[in-house]
Write a protein that binds this ligand. Structure first.
Ligand code: G3D
Ligand code: MG
Length: 170
């Protein structure tokens, strides 16, 4: 029987950078989600197929409601195979926050892969974060980076697929 990989992925980033929108875009109609009200987390599931590895099930953990303001608890990060660190390209300070999220993940899951995501790429005329800024931070955090738009869908599939691959050592 073929092995099916199941991996927990955490969405990390400041309020309103687009974490929930990215998950929603990625899972599209295939909503199969559960709201864990006790910890204020929404978990969505999606299958991905990686040519070199086969089928994988991603469990996408996203903070919901007031939990977004009270901050992440360590049980949110427990067991995470990796995380998308999301910033809003139109708000520079949201990129600076990513170091902090990376450190928190590192404390709970040392060595877990992260992908830096600069979201809201479609808002090019009010963009404040350059590719070079993301590249420099990604090098510091030993991560890959991409820019996405949850609105247009650009690079959304790619961001999750890249992280999925990294969780398998690819
Ligand atoms: P969060 O889960 O990180 O807090 P949300 O962020 O996904 O709730 O998104 C916050 C707001 O940004 C939402 O707007 C959402 O529509 C918008 N947004 C998310 N991604 C993009 C994007 O790629 N491009 C643009 N233009 N907007 C985006 P509202 O107005 O509903 O609060
Ligand atoms: Mg949200």
């Amino acid at each position: 029987m073929a092995r099916v990989f199941q991996k927990k992925i955490c969405m990390l980033g400041d309020f309103a950078v687009g974490k929930t929108s990215l998950v929603r875009r990625f899972v599209e109609g295939r909503f199969d989600d559960r709201y864990l009200s006790t910890i204020g987390v929404k978990v969505s599931r999606r299958k991905v197929f990686l040519p070199e590895y086969g089928e994988m099930h991603l469990l996408l953990w996203d903070l919901a409601g007031s939990e977004e303001f009270t901050g992440i608890q360590s049980n949110y990060l427990q067991g995470a195979a990796g995380a998308l660190l999301v910033c809003d390209l139109t708000r520079r300070e949201t990129m600076q926050s990513l170091r902090k999220y990376a450190q928190r993940l590192e404390a709970v899951r040392p060595g877990a892969p992260v992908i830096l995501v600069g979201n809201k790429k479609d808002l090019a005329d009010i963009r404040q974060v350059a590719d070079a800024d993301l590249d420099a931070l990604a090098q510091e955090l030993q991560a890959s980076w991409l820019t996405t738009s949850a609105k247009s869908g650009e690079n959304v599939e790619e961001a999750f697929a890249l992280l999925a691959k990294r969780t398998l050592g690819g």
